[in-house]
Design a binder for this molecule. Structure first.
Ligand code: HEM
Ligand code: NAG
Ligand code: NAG
Ligand code: NAG
Ligand code: NAG
Length: 293
């Protein structure tokens, strides 16, 4: 009996391990090389034009991928209508997520070169990378082959996305719930060197914590660690990363080496892009990123 039970659990373990490996193995850098060889260059040209037109758009597209990626299935792009409630009205998204029009433009261009081949979830992942590159930040190889959801969950978006009032333990938990390490979380928070935040997100911090007079962030990828060390983190959730705890050391390393930060950020972006993608025959390839087919 014992032997039987343990070999069964061995088999289950092997199966679970094989399935986990298969889920990641299905994303691949070469996914569109034969099915849509111009996909990546098409996405990049729309992103570069949009960022040249408005640098903040690069920040907005990066954030859109992050807010999708606590799922990586383009669920965040599904627009609300009379019968459908998606994620765009969730608290972390409402009134602050931007870039939907640019994603729509990318999708139109991509559909013109290859019909219903390239997913909206992959468009978000590539657009995030191309945005960071267009803003002078590091590059990385984007793994591809995600498919698009046919549903969205406002509740999950509300519960799973981190809040700017989070302390270190809350942040660590939110990221580890998605399989991301503390090192990933610290590196990814470096994204807050670019873009803008609404005053309500940091009002408490400005008046009750360290005074900080900036409302708009400068476009300078990689500056976050230096800002944190000088106690100039914009969000409470940023400053807790350098406030006498275990993450101080990582912030110091990133502040003293742009290369270390770039490399950790690139690795963390790939890890974030691997969060529960839909692959194989799951989901669909949307024709219009804002609605299910
Ligand atoms: C660590 C937990 C995080 C928290 C609590 C957080 C929270 C926030 C908040 C409150 C804003 C301002 C939104 C507004 O007022 O308009 C913001 C902006 C932004 N976040 Fe995060 N964020 C986190 C992680 C990330 C990650 C992982 C990324 C990407 C890798 C990211 C990228 C951005 C960018 C680029 C902006 C500026 C967007 C724009 O200007 O349109 N954030 N974040
Ligand atoms: C952070 O986590 C603690 C412990 O789980 C919890 O009591 C607290 O309410 C959380 N803070 C926020 C802002 O969610
Ligand atoms: C930093 O730590 C101090 C001392 O524990 C605490 O009073 C303060 O609220 C913390 N600030 C941030 C932004 O975490
Ligand atoms: C995509 O769908 C949205 C929501 O239904 C609609 O507003 C938009 O015009 C559509 N885009 C295209 C290119 O058809
Ligand atoms: C509302 O959105 C859902 C999800 O995208 C879609 O299935 C449905 O067709 C839309 N309804 C209308 C009336 O556009």
């Amino acid at each position: 009996m014992m032997a039987c039970a343990s070999s069964l659990s061995m088999m289950v373990l092997v199966l679970v391990a094989a399935m986990a490996a298969a889920a990641t193995a299905q994303l691949s850098a070469t996914f569109y090389d034969t099915s849509c060889p111009n996909a990546l260059s098409t996405i990049q040209s729309v992103v570069t034009a949009a960022v040249n037109n408005e640098p903040r758009m690069g920040a907005s597209l990066l954030r859109l991928h992050f807010h999708d990626c606590f799922g990586c299935d383009a669920s965040v792009l599904l627009a609300d209508n009379g019968t459908f409630v998606g994620e765009q009205g969730a608290l972390p998204n409402k009134g602050s997520l931007r870039g939907f029009d640019v994603v729509g433009n990318i999708k139109t261009q991509v559909e013109a070169v290859c019909q219903q081949i390239v997913s909206c979830a992959d468009i978000l992942a590539v657009a995030a990378r191309d945005s960071v590159v267009a803003l002078g930040g590091p590059s990385w190889t984007v793994l591809l082959g995600r498919r698009d959801s046919t549903t969205a969950s406002k509740t999950n978006a509300d519960n799973d996305l981190p809040s700017p009032s989070f302390d270190l333990v809350n942040l660590t938990t939110a990221f580890s719930n998605k399989g991301l390490s503390t090192a990933d979380m610290v590196a990814l928070s470096g994204a807050h060197t670019i873009g803008q935040a609404h005053c309500h997100d940091f009002r408490d911090r400005i008046y009750n914590e360290t005074p900080h007079q900036l409302c708009l962030r400068d476009v300078a990828p990689g500056q976050l660690p230096t800002n944190l060390i000088s106690q100039k983190g914009l969000l409470h959730s940023d400053q807790v990363l350098f406030n006498g705890s275990s993450t101080d050391n990582m912030v110091m390393i990133f502040a003293s080496s742009a290369a270390a930060f770039s490399s950790a950020f690139a690795t963390a972006m790939v890890n974030m892009g691997n969060i529960s993608p839909k692959t194989g025959t799951a989901g669909e390839i949307r024709l219009n990123c804002s609605r299910v087919n």
